[in-house]
Design a protein around this ligand. Structure first.
Ligand SMILES: Cc1cc2nc3c(=O)[nH]c(=O)nc-3n(C[C@H](O)[C@H](O)[C@H](O)COP(=O)(O)O)c2cc1C
Length: 225
């Protein structure tokens, strides 16, 4: 696209609608496939994401082996149980939530932080954080592209990274950061599922945006769980 192109009001409005309609999805239609061209467009969107020093620290492993999918799903189930145990009084409530769609989604893309390539530009002081932030930017592009393709995407991060790393045969220094579930969905939740299920309300924007200095007050209160 011509970088000088100016977006029309209608296109701007479409973009904001897209941002608002993006959801983390955990309910997928079983037995559906993602078209190769669609997947390619989504991956290309991820590829165009920003990264510190143009480091591009992410890698994606497309899971094709059914046995590997099962083994990864088992890792997530173990961590789901451990998370429930760690939640104490909210354990039962947590166990009723759907926190992954690994069995039914069309594609699983394992998200990996690549071994550090030594990029210094932009990360002399915050090396680990800026690499991770760059991976997050990439996933957001995937999320938006999936939504515009009318496909759901869910980021599953509940697993023991060493176990998933061993299953994926990651080299030293690489770190599994997610199992991205992609595929057709029956519907997109109208709001974050954690809100719909009564787990957590989003903080209002005006409580997260300050001028000049960190305020006294709200941030001292824990949001809980
Ligand atoms: C880094 C990251 C990890 C996440 N891991 C999980 C997860 O393991 N399981 C899950 O159900 N949702 C996971 N989510 C999804 C969040 O719960 C979700 O983004 C949030 O509730 C807001 O909902 P929305 O994305 O639909 O707006 C993750 C999201 C992010 C950004």
């Amino acid at each position: 696209m011509n970088p000088q192109y100016r977006f029309s009001a209608a296109e701007q409005s479409n973009f904001y609608e897209l941002v608002g309609a993006r959801r983390d999805c955990r309910h997928f239609k079983p037995g559906e496939q993602v078209e190769a061209a669609q997947l390619q467009r989504i991956l290309q969107a991820g590829y165009q994401s920003p990264s510190v020093g143009l480091m591009q620290p992410w890698r994606l492993l497309r899971i094709a082996d059914a046995g590997l999918r099962e083994a990864l799903t088992a890792c997530v189930e173990l961590e789901r149980q451990a998370t429930a145990a760690a939640l104490g009084p909210r354990s039962d409530e947590f166990m009723r939530l759907k926190v992954e769609g690994l069995k039914d989604c069309a594609e699983i893309l394992a998200l990996v932080l690549a071994p550090d390539d030594g990029t210094v530009f932009g990360r002399r002081t915050l090396a680990a954080e800026m690499a991770l932030a760059s991976v997050g930017c990439m996933v957001q592009n995937l999320w938006l592209a999936a939504r515009v393709e009318n496909l759901g995407l869910g980021w599953v991060s509940m697993f023991e990274p060493a176990e998933v790393g061993a299953l994926l045969r990651l080299p030293a220094g690489a770190q599994a950061l997610g199992l991205l579930c992609l595929g057709a969905v029956d519907e997109f939740y109208p709001a974050p599922m954690l809100t719909l299920e009564g787990w957590r309300e989003p903080r209002p924007l005006d409580q997260m945006m300050y001028t000049d200095y960190w305020p006294d007050g709200p941030e001292r209160t824990s949001h809980g769980n």
